[in-house]
Design a protein around this ligand. Structure first.
Ligand code: HAM
Length: 420
């Protein structure tokens, strides 16, 4: 039979690589919980309109990266695998009535997202995001707090990145900025890449973060020059608060982000040791119009998401890969016939130690080999003599040395002593 393989751009995470993802997730989780965030779990499948109305019809995600198919329900609903978490969180926020009952919410999520991009290192078709979204707060202190949370994560993981920030204004001032970029694009039409020629009529602001026309865009209009007074004040406050919090930032006037819902603050975390195309470790910003665009009341919001695989690649590039959790604490080597080993293993597990044993009556030598292979720190040996005497043998497989014999009822104390 021919072997079946995984799809291109999809990854199996086995043992250490899965544990590394969990390590980053739990570091993030422990920090955001200290800031009062509550968990939200949302579906992986949503109506495609959700993303069309939020991420934006002209975003790369909606134009070319979504996995979309018709559900075979009566209505032939067109569904999409979620390419990002924000739209689903906003939909759920409105659908649960939180916009009315308790509009100020701090939510976090973690899970797989799907984008049908061209796979390469750091860019996958299924990848993991950890995200936070704050609803009901329009003040600059909230933008700053969200950003400061990532600074805590940076310290906790020993992660290095460059933090870039911009403000793209709001419904009041962005039309003028959009027009200025449009006019700039029109004036330089012949020099634009094919993608930008395409974007010019539909979403000219996206010209600014084109990866091809970088040199040309250096002279393009800057959003900061078009901000209305309230947007300018907000941006100034965010920057002051970041300075006060000791966050280093670089203003990047071309940082407009690839999603349509942003207003005012936008930001990105750029991995300093990563190849340029996949160096965004995370990004986010304010999206004060999205709740209303999805049918809720006017509600300000701000959030961000980090790509967990990219964080791990960045840590690897720095030589700071998280250590895999210790393997098993102990492996029971049994040549006493099964029952005594079964009870002993159960008692050790109840005491909170990770322990495995051999089930197939193999020779002590084969069992010691299995114990070594398992990575367990200790072998706990029980044979007919030990069983008769009410003892067990304990051998440190990592440190070597002689096997010690101890009374069976002392095994848990002995494990505590040896393993701390
Ligand atoms: P985003 O910038 O599209 O923002 O994605 C956030 C992060 O997800 C990226 O910076 C990157 O680390 C990771 N990522 C994206 N695509 C891939 C991929 N194909 N393979 C591996 N990692 C990837 C959002 O998704 C917004 N929802 C963030 C947000 C939350 N804004 C407000 N709230």
């Amino acid at each position: 039979m021919p072997q079946l393989t995984r799809l291109r751009g999809f990854q199996d995470q086995i043992g250490p690589s899965a544990e590394a993802l969990s390590y980053v997730e739990s570091a993030f989780r422990s920090i955001v919980e200290l800031h009062g965030f509550r968990e939200i779990r949302i579906p992986i499948l949503e109506r495609v309109e959700l993303y069309q109305r939020s991420s934006g019809e002209t975003s790369d995600i909606v134009e070319k990266q979504m996995y979309v198919f018709a559900d075979r329900d009566e209505a032939e609903t067109i569904v999409a695998l979620r390419p990002e978490g924000t739209p689903g969180v906003v939909r759920a926020y409105i659908e649960a009535g939180l916009d009315r009952s308790d509009p100020e919410q701090r939510l976090y999520y973690s899970g797989p997202m799907f984008r049908r991009e061209r796979p390469q290192k750091g860019r996958y078709r299924q990848f993991y995001q950890f995200g936070i979204e704050v609803f009901g707060r329009a003040d600059a202190a909230c933008d700053a707090e969200v950003i400061l949370i990532i600074d805590e994560l940076r310290r906790k993981l020993g992660l290095e990145f460059r933090f870039e920030i911009n403000s793209i204004g709001d419904g009041n001032c962005r039309p003028q900025f959009r027009e200025a970029v449009y006019n700039f694009g029109k004036a330089h039409y012949d020099q634009l890449c094919a993608d930008c020629k395409n974007r010019l009529e539909r979403n000219p602001i996206r010209l600014l973060d084109c990866k091809t026309d970088v040199a040309l865009m250096a002279d393009a209009p800057k959003s900061a020059d078009y901000l209305c007074d309230p947007c300018k004040k907000h941006f100034g406050q965010v920057k002051d608060l970041l300075k006060a919090g000791g966050v280093e930032y670089v203003e990047n006037p071309r940082l407009v982000r690839g999603l349509d819902y942003y207003t005012r603050t936008t930001f990105e975390y750029v991995g300093t040791g990563l190849e340029s195309a996949q160096n965004a470790l995370g990004g986010g910003g304010r999206y004060d119009g999205l709740v209303a665009a999805l049918g809720g009341p006017d509600t300000p919001a701000v959030g961000l998401a980090l790509g967990i695989e990219r964080i791990l690649l960045a840590l690897e590039a720095e030589g700071a890969t998280p250590a895999s959790p210790a393997p098993l604490d102990a492996f029971v080597v049994d040549f006493a016939g099964g029952e005594a080993a079964r009870d002993l293993t159960a008692a050790i597990r109840r005491a909170g130690f990770r322990v495995d044993r051999s089930f197939d009556g193999r020779s002590p030598k084969a069992q010691f080999k299995a114990a070594d292979r398992s990575g367990a720190r200790l072998a706990i040996v029980i044979g007919p003599d030990e069983r008769a005497a009410g003892t067990v043998g304990v051998k440190d497989l990592h440190e070597g040395g002689d096997q010690e014999t101890i009374p069976v009822e002392k095994i848990v104390d002995d494990l505590h002593r040896r393993l701390g």
